[in-house]
Write a protein that binds this ligand. Structure first.
Ligand code: PLP
Length: 382
């Protein structure tokens, strides 16, 4: 069996060894409830405070502006829910056609509740047009929710400019930064967003932990009521996972995005090799403005699903869409919004992570050249 090559880090990442070690005592010996005032409770409370400081530092926020949630999806829903509660008479929301499923599904629900949603278009490179955003604003717009980085094509969106447009028009701005965290610098002060969502499992912390930056807690309405997180998110804290997220943030802070530079050169090397060795390919997304780890590549005439399955037989893991959607056999809404010609050019998504090596890229390229050639000659049937 070939050794495993994992190129699907936008779907999820492997838990870092240091993160795992930091979490372990809190799964077993250190089980005190952080709300208890005796010493074993105080200890876990202190560790949660340290984790909060780390994630705050990573976002250039004050620790008191961060709450922990169960995942990025919950952070997104919490932000949207709180925003609409603040202006109950305003029933218009602006988002984009390329948001994550957690946002899209929430918008579907809100439409059923009588909200009007404007979904901004993207061009064939997945870029937004800020004039369209400005034109979409109405007197009853209560919220603009736009992601910082796209999970499928990696595009980075101009959140600072978008936040300015929102605030100039007295509109709340939420940013889903789940795919940006750890890959590009995030500075909530500079961006001037009202809410920003992040998730642990995209940065080598476990699945099932997220955080939300809240600029103004006075105007915040919780999704889950309870006294924890200063009354902003009820439920006994998931101490080991919070500590894991804090440790993962600390690793990124220490490394100061050096690892991302290495990942970017691996990604660029991979694309160069593909371009050099395989004809008729297409790379989706905005090459000038993408997260450093993501590549969405199509090979003319080769069905991405078939390619993915053949690669899997060599123990190489890539994806054909966002993980949350891959059980549903629908074309990706992101690529559809880019007006992609999916009949001829259906892409695989390669998303690198901190443990990938040049050797793995070389093995992958060799396999890919061979597999694409065979699939094009229809010599490989699935
Ligand atoms: N937002 C984006 C852009 C994502 O890619 C994801 C996960 O894939 C999420 C939100 C949801 O995060 P979680 O899986 O922690 O709920």
């Amino acid at each position: 069996m070939d050794s495993l090559i994992y190129f699907d880090n936008n779907a999820t990442t492997k838990i870092d060894e240091e993160v795992f070690k930091a979490m372990l005592p809190y799964l077993k010996e250190e089980y005190g409830n952080p709300s208890s005032i005796y010493s074993i409770g105080r200890k876990t409370k202190e560790e949660i405070a340290k984790a909060r400081e780390n994630i705050a530092k990573l976002l250039n926020s004050k620790p008191e502006n961060i709450i922990f949630t169960s995942c990025g999806s919950e952070s997104n829903i919490t932000a949207i829910n709180s925003s609409i509660k603040l202006n109950p008479n305003k029933k218009h929301i602006i988002t984009t056609k390329v948001e994550h499923a957690s946002i899209m599904e929430m918008m579907n629900q809100l439409e059923k509740d009588g909200y009007i949603i404007s979904y901004l278009n993207v061009d064939n490179r997945g870029r937004l047009d800020l004039d369209e955003l400005k034109k979409s604003i109405r007197p009853d717009t209560c919220l603009i929710s736009i992601m910082m980085a796209n999970n499928e094509i990696g595009n980075i969106y101009p959140i600072k400019e978008i936040a300015k447009i929102a605030h100039d028009n007295d509109i709340i701005i939420h940013c889903d930064a789940v795919q940006a965290l750890g890959k590009i610098k995030i500075d909530v002060e500079d961006l001037d967003v009202d809410y920003l969502s992040v998730s642990g499992h995209k940065i080598n912390a476990p699945k099932g932990i997220g955080a939300l930056y809240i600029k103004n807690s006075d105007s915040f309405t919780p999704l889950i009521f309870g006294h924890q997180e200063k009354n902003r998110r009820g439920g006994t804290e998931n101490v080991p996972y919070i500590i894991g997220l804090g440790k993962a943030a600390e690793i990124i802070l220490k490394d100061n995005y050096q690892k991302e530079k290495e990942i970017e050169s691996l990604r660029d090397y991979l694309e160069e090799e593909v371009e050099k060795n395989i004809e008729d390919i297409h790379i989706y997304g905005d090459k000038q403005n993408r997260t450093p780890n993501t590549s969405s590549i199509a090979f003319k005439g080769v069905k991405a699903d078939e390619l993915m399955l053949v690669l899997e037989s060599f123990n190489i893991y890539v994806s054909t869409g966002s993980a949350c959607n891959s059980e549903i056999a629908l074309p990706s809404h992101v690529l559809t919004a880019c007006k992609a010609n999916l009949e001829d050019y259906s892409p695989i998504r390669i998303s690198l992570g901190r443990y990938n090596t040049k050797e793995e890229i070389d093995i992958f390229i060799k396999r890919l050249i061979n597999v694409v050639t065979m699939l094009r000659r229809k010599k490989w049937s699935i």
